[in-house]
Write a new protein. Sequence first.
Length: 305
Amino acid sequence: MTRRRVVNLKTFVLTVALSGGLVVSTLDAAPPPLKSPTAKPTPVMTEEDGVRIRARSALVLNMQSGEVMYQKNPTAQVPIASITKLMSAVTLMNMNPDLGQRITIVRQDVYRANHTYLKAREELTVRDLLHASLIASDNAAARALARASGLSNKEFVDRMNQTAASLGLLNSNFVDPTGLYSENVSTAIDCAALLWTALQNETLSEILAIKEYAFKTNRRVHTIRTTNRLLRGEQPDDLWDIIGGKTGFIRSAGYCLVTRARNHAGDDVIAVVLGGTSSSSRFADMHRLLEWGFRNIEPQALIGG
């Protein structure tokens, strides 16, 4: 078995201040308490250690200690597809939006959206747009959310990148709010931190845990289902609960998934799969990573919510 030195993800730790819905975060604040020098170090595992997955890049993070338990190309900068929508949502929520504001879908929102339930001239709230974007990965909804910020599309994307930089996600770059373009890139480590950040916001945390959601526009009622099969329970496991997550796919990115899960003992992990070979393989990879992670985790105090 290949053994490697302990990796502690110091830049992953966030000091989060919640004030009136505003999320202020920094990844370079204070590291979690370091283990005693006499404590037995926890090695970082790789594929050679028996966790075989098909994805291009992957990570398992122990939320109790901030340590990377498993890694496969964790710092490779790759397209992340609709995981980009997490950054769009975090950026918008940092602007303290009016969730009840009604937004009209315009032609530019639906043009070549690839995947959307919405049509031009439909009106819905910012809250419903967040649900559509994060649960159903609706691209028109993500574009409309950028407009809801009051910024131009370029200004909103610039704000996304500023937010990423403020969070210490220095290997991430975004070119649009949807993730449709291969130039939206990140790493497995950055994606883990991004999901953690999103889940610190009460509104986003609630949305990311929803299996099915119905909302009404001025024209019709929509019912959407999560794209995360693990959250839907299609690959059930009685050993843990899914706290939240986000899927993504475009051809250049492959099949992507970020997930946070908690077992019945209260152990907490975030796992990332980027560049999966098929939709089913990304969920199979994630299941293997979660199973391995909970089997090998060392319980400690949780570093965050």
